[in-house]
Design a protein around this ligand. Structure first.
Ligand SMILES: [Zn+2]
Length: 347
């Protein structure tokens, strides 16, 4: 008769009971058993050996209880369970996070959990999403092109009165854009959409980097720089025509980029669709916008679901959000993706 040695792989404290999963690696085929100990009487009950460790304890609602020990052999399976479980009890989630992801930022783990358990998720991005693609910020105080007051080049009046300067300004912006590519953060968001974790991206950026990264449902709330058209008749034209200062091939009117100039209406269809989706989404993730400008700053108030704010600098603007992560967009997004990758069989 051989002595069976069962090692403890998972131990969980419940109300008056201790739940343990024990395992043995017999001929490279793991076998598991459940041991439940009544802490008052000391009585123990055993299950028969099974090959699925976590199925053994499913009936105990163990994710809402408190972990005491998790062995390496099971930790990645447990990670998948906790990341995909909808937690009502924040302290149980924190306890599992502490055990499973001791090295990870707890708020990033929480974002991964919210993302994986949300029914519908909308991502809203601003300038901070693009800065890591080394796209110069033409609107920053230092960045203003040739130190010119933005109103003189980014307003409809410039089309009539100052077209030379207008085309030079937007040519500089188009050329800056041609030298940039989406960064890893854009690609992760496109990947989340493909896997069904994200439903749509609404962006204040006009650079088209989300689309370039592969995102399909993109609402460009401030228009698109590369979308050149005739200001007079609306006919489409190529960026090269605009940069060469050519006239509209249809009516001879002035060409312009499809961005919203100061004082122009926001694109109604994109806004209305984005807003209704934001209102009904169960999760909104706002990335890289200072939230100083209407209507973006109203979003946390409009949303009925959970709200997350991710920005390099978090000022008082973050206080209305359910979860705030301070740091660079690319870094945080790719870290959250890594957390999801750690969970076995998840992504
Ligand atoms: Zn025209």
């Amino acid at each position: 008769m051989t002595t069976e040695i069962w090692n403890t792989l998972l131990s969980i404290g419940g109300e008056g009971i201790l739940i343990e999963v024990k395992g043995q690696d017999a001929e490279k085929q793991w076998k598991f058993r459940r041991v439940v100990t009544d802490l008052e009487t000391g009585d123990r009950s055993f299950s028969n050996a099974e090959t699925d460790a976590l199925a053994l304890i499913e009936s105990y609602a163990w994710l809402s209880l408190y972990p005491m020990y998790i062995d390496e052999a099971l930790v990645n399976q447990v990670k998948r369970k906790i990341l995909t479980h909808s937690y009502r009890n924040d302290s149980a989630f924190s306890a599992w996070t502490e055990k499973c992801f001791p090295e990870r930022d707890k708020n990033q783990v929480k974002l991964a959990n919210w993302l994986l358990t949300s029914k519908s998720t909308i991502v809203l991005t601003g300038a901070g999403m693009s800065t890591e693609s080394n796209l110069p910020d033409f609107r920053s105080k230092e960045g203003w092109w040739r130190s010119i007051d933005p109103i003189t080049v980014a307003a409809p009046e410039a089309l009539d009165n100052n077209y030379e300067l207008f085309t030079d300004f937007y040519t500089a912006r188009l050329e800056a854009l041609e030298g940039t590519a989406p960064h890893e953060g854009h690609q992760v968001i496109a990947d989340w959409e493909e896997r069904g974790f994200v439903d749509a991206v609404a962006t204040q950026n006009v650079d088209g980097l989300h689309t370039a990264a592969g995102s399909k449902n993109v609402y460009e709330l401030h228009g698109s720089l590369k979308n050149i058209y005739c200001h007079n008749c609306g006919a489409k034209a190529a960026p090269s025509d605009f940069k060469a200062k050519r006239k509209c091939g249809v009516c001879g009117g002035k060409l312009r980029p499809g961005v919203i100039l100061f004082g122009e209406m926001l694109p109604q269809e994109a806004w209305n669709t984005a807003l209704s989706r934001i209102k009904s989404a169960s999760l909104i993730i706002v990335i890289g916008t200072s939230l100083e400008v209407y209507p973006a700053n109203q979003l946390p108030l409009l949303a009925s679901g959970r709200t997350v704010y991710l920005n390099a600098e978090v000022s008082s603007s973050g206080q209305d959000f359910d979860l705030v992560l301070e740091g660079k967009a690319k870094t945080i997004i790719t870290e959250v993706q890594r957390i999801m990758h750690e969970a076995e069989g998840l992504v």
